[in-house]
Design a binder for this molecule. Structure first.
Ligand code: CA
Ligand code: CA
Length: 250
């Protein structure tokens, strides 16, 4: 198992070492096995000037989404698969108040719950049944030694009036937004269409690509609400966030 924080510690974003001795999660969390659909071949972010649009891309070894998590039947323990772009964007660039952590664009599927109350990704007029459809989130990731992936989505106390969230957030007490960006899966290529205005016109950030298994936890106080349990593939190999935005004509 690859520890994302171990990779990060070798990179430029975070430093530190974390141990996972006596991990109780081993008995309850089983990540789906890796597959070609989760193996990153390359990644890019293009800026299309005429459209003022950023296109986040990952090329996989297999068809995007060919691997889906099996439902747990409840929110507690619900599996979440993600095609994730960790970035050097600031939380403020994407509408979060200032906080520590890594801003990531996470394209996820999770059959047990819907966290896009503003969006109806499968166009059936039900806004609460789209979790299994690949959809976009902004998250703020923070180091977390309680899970083997070494990261979780940053949490806060419910009702904490000092926390600033974008109005498109789904109401969970974690730094999770549901911005509604279009996600396009074309065989082995994943694309996410992000208007530059939605990242504060910041076109100079760096990024990387990761595929990961996460899981919801609402019952175990010793683990985060949404932690990273398995990292399948890292675009750069060392999570050094080496990639920059490329300008492209339409
Ligand atoms: Ca929805
Ligand atoms: Ca729907």
């Amino acid at each position: 198992m690859r520890s994302i924080i171990g990779l990060l510690s070798a990179g430029v974003v975070l430093a530190g070492s974390f141990g996972f001795a006596n991990a109780s999660y081993g008995e309850v969390v089983v990540a789906p096995p890796s597959s070609a659909a989760l193996e990153i071949q390359s990644t890019q972010v293009h800026y299309i000037d005429d459209l003022d649009l950023l296109v986040f891309e990952q090329q996989l070894a297999g068809d995007v989404g060919a691997t889906l998590p099996q439902p747990a039947g409840q929110l507690d323990g619900a599996p979440v698969l993600g095609y994730v772009f960790p970035t050097t964007l600031r939380p403020e660039d994407v509408g979060f108040g200032g906080t520590e952590g890594i801003v990531a664009l996470a394209i996820t599927a999770h059959p047990d719950f819907d966290d896009t109350p503003l969006w109806d990704e499968n166009n059936d007029a039900d806004y609460a049944n789209d979790g299994v459809v690949w959809h976009a989130h902004w998250v703020v990731l923070t180091p977390d030694e309680r899970v083997p992936g070494g990261l979780s989505v940053a949490a806060f106390e419910p009702g904490d009036g000092t926390v600033v969230m974008p109005p498109t957030n789904p109401g969970m007490a974690i730094y999770l937004d549901s911005p509604g960006f279009a996600v396009v899966a074309d065989q082995n290529t994943l694309r996410v269409l992000v208007p530059a205005q939605r990242v504060n016109q910041n076109l100079t950030f760096n990024f990387d690509a990761v595929t990961a298994y996460m899981e919801v936890n609402t019952s175990d106080q010793s683990r985060p609400m949404l932690g990273v349990y398995e990292v399948y593939s890292v675009g750069s190999g060392d999570l050094s966030l080496p990639y920059g935005v490329q300008r492209r004509s339409p």
